[in-house]
Design a protein around this ligand. Structure first.
Ligand code: HEC
Ligand code: HEC
Length: 389
């Protein structure tokens, strides 16, 4: 039975029941996003919008999904009130048109501080076993969100020490007072940081992309891929890419039970022939302290990869073409500059990588395959878009 908050008038409750059955979260945009009565706080009323055969992501027991919570999370994800300068939001570095990456080599935070890493696209991030390029113990959206919000090395949103300010800013917005009350019914002061984090996490669990040509092909529509993309798919397998970019999201990082294999040094650097990666970007080594983990980064999902340029953990690979050249060579050659060295000979390079010949026809086919991982409906899906516009 749905527990309606007392303040919602009876007429609105009836309207809400009608609207929910009419829209759900199946992609139909609500008529008036500011009309809070259409959002249900009942977890049982929440519907995943997944193709047949795709299982729902894991949801923590203490943060069940609901329509109201997801809408609240969407509001917060796009809300510049969640930043020290009032001009930044999660979406500043995770933009829908770029599959929720940011098209910058390195992200820039609210205070102008440059992040050492490239923003990660969020397509199907709900299935990731860990969050960040090299943070194996950050294993939920709830844990991860604290980093951009409150972290200070680097500063992203710059909210450290401003918790009560954020809460009072949110309390000043009527829509938030209403949505928090529906999403966290029964709590006496629902507007608190834990619930901000929970809501953003719930929204991120709906950033789902299963409509690329490759998905339609996998569902049995042979015509969804061009002949070139089909040839590229075969090359992707035979050139060893699927050893790491495997499974539904083209990464072991979303394949349950394979998390330990989901990090690799791909020979992007080999500073002075010592195997070293640049400071602040040494991968798992920064967590474990073990030299063997030098340069080991999470294998990124390749969903919507054509939109998540530039590439690599530090955005230092400008194009998919350049990425393929590096793989074919067996590592990247940096001829000049402070990071000069031949990544092919990096002693910590993953043994799954093997150089291969890359004639122009093969390259074109591989690129056609990578382009076929783009879900154009995803980047225009209104339920994922900025609700404040
Ligand atoms: C200053 C830009 C910036 C802002 C603001 C920002 N992010 Fe990120 N995000 C990044 C970067 C850069 C990474 C990669 C970080 C790393 O590996 O160290 C990242 C990684 C992530 C990941 C990991 C994805 C994966 O598959 O591993 C998630 C989830 C995420 N961000 C969500 C958020 C949320 C939620 C917010 C708002 C609360 C937010 N981000 C704000 C830049 C940003
Ligand atoms: C040993 C595991 C492994 C293999 C094999 C592998 N990759 Fe990767 N791939 C990675 C890792 C790890 C990264 C991130 C590396 C970094 O930034 O330091 C990556 C990054 C990429 C990126 C950039 C994605 C982004 O968002 O930045 C593309 C594209 C890519 N790989 C395609 C391929 C292709 C094509 C092949 C086969 C020729 C391949 N990979 C083989 C592990 C692998």
């Amino acid at each position: 039975m749905i527990q309606w908050p007392r303040w919602i008038p009876v007429v609105a409750r009836l309207a809400s029941v009608f609207l929910l059955s009419a829209c759900g979260r199946d992609g139909a945009a609500p008529t008036d996003p500011d009309d809070v009565t259409q959002w249900s706080g009942d977890p049982a009323a929440f519907r995943w919008n997944l193709p047949a055969g795709v299982s729902a992501p894991v949801v923590p027991r203490d943060n069940p999904m609901s329509d109201a919570k997801v809408e609240l999370g969407r509001r917060l994800f796009y809300d510049t009130r969640l930043s020290v300068n009032g001009a930044f939001s999660c979406a500043s570095c995770h933009r829908q048109e770029f599959a929720f990456a940011d098209a910058k080599n390195l992200s820039v935070g609210a205070t102008g501080e440059v992040h050492p890493r490239n923003s990660i696209g969020l397509s199907n991030a709900a299935y990731q076993l860990s969050f960040g390029w090299a943070a194996p113990s950050t294993n939920s959206f709830e844990l991860h969100a604290l980093i951009p919000m409150f972290g200070d090395a680097p500063i992203e949103m710059g909210l450290k020490g401003r918790e009560s300010q954020v809460v009072s800013d949110l309390q000043g917005v009527a829509l938030y007072r209403q949505l928090f009350a529906v999403a966290y019914a029964g709590e006496s002061s629902p507007i608190r940081i834990e619930n901000v984090v929970r809501s953003i996490a719930a929204f991120q669990r709906t950033i789902l992309s299963f409509n690329a040509p490759i998905d339609r092909y996998r569902r049995g529509d042979a015509a969804a891929l061009s002949a070139a993309a089909v040839r590229g798919m075969a090359l992707f397998e035979s050139r060893g890419c699927t050893q790491c970019h495997a499974g539904a999201d083209f990464t072991l990082a979303t394949v349950p039970g394979r998390a330990a294999e989901a990090f690799a040094n791909t020979g992007l650097y080999n500073i002075g022939g010592t195997g070293t990666y640049p400071a602040r970007n040494r991968g798992l080594m920064e967590v474990t302290g073990s030299a063997m983990d030098m340069g080991r980064m999470k294998i990124p999902s390749l969903r919507n990869v054509a939109l998540t340029f530039p590439y690599g953990h530090d955005g230092s690979v400008g194009s998919l073409d350049a990425m393929l050249e590096n793989y074919a060579r067996g590592g990247r050659l940096m001829q000049t500059g402070p990071n000069a060295g031949d990544g092919r000979d990096n002693p910590y390079k993953d043994s799954r990588l093997r150089a291969f010949a890359l004639p122009p026809g093969d390259k074109a086919d591989l690129l056609a395959f990578l382009q076929a991982l783009t879900d154009s409906a995803f980047v225009t899906n209104t339920t994922l878009a900025n609700p404040w516009r």
